[in-house]
Ligand binder design. Structure first.
Ligand SMILES: Cc1ncc(COP(=O)(O)O)c(C=O)c1O
Length: 423
C-alpha cells in the first residue's frame, strides 16, 4: 500500500527500492530516516557516492552559502568562478602533492559518461579500436561502458553486440596472481593469439561490483609495466573506490603507479551531486574543442561540493579516519564473522569489505542482506551470483554507528546460517 503510487507509475526497471522497501526522507552522516521515522544505518553510501556522509555539515554550509547568493548554477563548460576554484583546489591539494600531472576533463553527470569519454579518447590516441577489460569489471550501463562490463545480466540488456573488447582474467582469477599477467603477456606477444592490439587496458584496482576483489600491489605494478612495454594506455576506473575509499585519495596510490587516464565520479562532488571527470596525461589530451560534449558538464553546485569535500578531506584527515575504521571492520570480520563458519571468506581494504558466501551457498548472501534490512541496516551485494555481502559505509561514519551496523551483520549472518543448517 505504502508503495502503490511508485509501483503503478515508476518504471519496472527500478531496483534498489525493491531491496530496501522503505520510503526514505532524511539523512545525516551514516543514518537515514524513513518517512515513518524509522532509523536505518547506511552501509551502502549511495554505492560509493556518499563517502563524506549524508548532509555533511561543512559541505552543506558551503552549498547553502552558494545558493543564497544567486551564484550561477548551470554553465555548460563555460569558465566560472567555482570551476576555477575546483581546478585550483584539486591541483593544489591532490595532484601536485602526489606528483601527478594530469589535465582535467569535465564529462557528463554520471560515471558512465566519463568512461565513454575515456573509451573515445584512448581509441583516438592510439588509432586502435580494441580495449582490454577484466573479468569482474563494472564500468557502467551505457553501450561503451557496458562493452567493458563483465556481468552477463547487464550485458544482455544492451540489445546489440558489445564489441571491441577483450576480457582477461583479473588478479584474483587464479591462485597464482602472476598467471593472469602471463595470460595478458601471451595475448599481446604471440602473433597467433588472435588478439588485435588494444588501445588501452581498463582496470579497477579494487573491483567493487565484481565482489570486492583487491588487486595486489605487485600485480598492479606489473600491469603498469606491461602497458608501457606494449605501448598500451592504462585507464584506472576509480569511480567507486576513489576519493579515499581505500585509505588514499586514489585507490592506485598504494602501488605507486600512474595510470595514463583516471576516471572519477560518485564521491568527487562531496555531497552526492552528479559530477564526473577524467584525469588525462597532458600528451593524451587531443580531443578537438567540442569533439566530446554534453549539456551537464558544469554543475556548479557539484563544484562547490567538490571544493568543500576536498577542504573537509584535508582538515579532518580523512585518510587517518579511514585507517581507524578499517581496523574496526577487519578485526570484526576476522573475530566475529569467520568463526561463524570456516567456509565464509572475507576480504577488503580501507572501507570496502566483503563477506563471501560462495563456498557454502551463494544465495545465502541474499538471505543475510534481507536479515540486515529487517534490522534496519542498508547493505548491498556484489560479485559472481551476488555471493558477496558488501560493506561500504560513509567514511565519516561515527565509530558507535559502525559497530552497531557490524553487530547487525553478525546477527544476520548467524541467523542465516543457523536456518540453512537446520533446513
Ligand atoms: C567502478 C564503476 N565504474 C562505473 C560506474 C558507473 O557509474 P554511474 O552509475 O554513475 O554511471 C560505477 C557505478 O557503480 C562503478 O562502480
Amino acid at each position: 500500500m505504502m508503495f502503490d503510487y511508485f509501483e503503478k507509475n515508476e518504471s519496472n526497471v527500478r531496483s534498489y527500492c525493491r531491496v530496501f522497501p522503505v520510503k526514505f526522507e532524511r539523512a545525516q552522516n551514516a543514518v537515514i530516516i524513513s518517512s515513518n521515522g524509522v532509523r536505518y544505518i547506511d552501509f551502502f553510501a549511495g554505492a560509493g557516492a556518499m563517502n563524506f556522509g549524508h548532509n555533511n555539515p561543512y559541505i552543506k554550509s558551503k552549498i547553502l552559502e552558494y545558493l543564497e547568493m544567486d551564484n550561477i548554477i548551470h554553465a555548460l563548460d563555460m569558465y566560472t568562478v567555482e570551476k576555477e576554484k575546483f581546478l585550483i583546489t584539486f591541483i593544489n591539494n591532490i595532484l601536485s602533492p602526489k606528483g601527478l600531472d594530469y589535465k582535467i576533463m569535465f564529462c557528463g553527470p554520471t560515471g558512465t559518461n566519463a568512461v565513454e569519454a575515456a573509451l573515445k579518447l584512448v581509441r583516438k590516441n592510439k588509432k586502435r579500436s580494441n580495449v582490454i577489460a577484466f573479468s569482474g569489471a563494472f564500468h557502467g550501463m551505457s553501450l561503451g561502458s557496458l562493452a567493458i562490463t563483465s556481468d552477463s545480466f547487464s550485458r544482455a540488456g544492451g540489445g546489440v553486440p558489445l564489441n571491441n573488447t577483450i576480457f582477461a582474467p583479473y588478479c584474483n582469477q587464479f591462485e597464482d596472481h602472476q598467471k593472469s599477467l602471463d595470460y595478458l603477456e601471451w595475448m599481446l606477444t604471440d602473433d597467433h593469439s588472435g588478439i588485435d592490439k588494444p588501445a588501452a587496458i581498463f582496470f579497477e584496482s579494487v573491483q567493487a561490483e565484481g565482489g570486492v576483489n583487491v588487486a595486489d600491489i605487485e600485480w598492479l605494478q606489473k600491469l603498469r609495466d606491461l602497458c608501457t612495454k606494449h605501448d598500451i594506455l592504462l585507464v584506472c576506473d576509480d569511480i567507486q573506490v576513489g576519493v579515499c575509499r581505500t585509505g588514499n585519495f586514489f585507490s592506485f596510490e598504494r602501488a605507486n603507479i600512474d595510470p595514463d587516464i583516471v576516471v572519477l565520479s560518485k564521491s568527487i562532488s562531496g555531497f552526492g551531486l552528479p559530477m564526473s571527470i577524467l584525469l588525462i596525461k597532458p600528451e593524451l589530451d587531443i580531443f578537438s574543442p567540442a569533439e566530446h560534449n554534453g549539456t551537464f558538464r558544469g554543475n556548479q553546485l557539484a563544484f562547490v561540493g567538490a571544493v568543500a569535500g576536498l577542504e573537509y578531506y584535508k582538515k579532518s584527515n580523512l585518510p587517518q579516519m579511514v585507517k581507524e575504521r578499517e581496523k574496526v571492520i577487519s578485526d570484526f570480520l576476522i573475530n566475529a564473522i569467520l568463526p561463524i563458519d570456516s567456509r565464509l571468506s572475507v576480504r577488503g581494504i580501507g572501507m570496502i569489505w566483503g563477506i563471501d558466501f560462495s563456498k557454502i551457498d551463494s544465495s545465502l548472501s541474499n538471505v543475510a542482506m534481507q536479515n540486515c534490512v529487517k534490522n534496519h541496516l542498508i547493505i548491498e551485494r556484489a560479485g559472481s551470483d551476488n555471493c558477496v555481502l558488501k560493506i561500504l559505509p560513509p567514511l565519516t561514519i561515527e565509530q558507535e554507528t559502525l559497530v552497531e551496523g557490524l553487530r547487525i551483520i553478525k546477527e544476520a549472518v548467524t541467523v542465516t546460517l543457523e536456518k540453512y543448517y537446520h533446513r
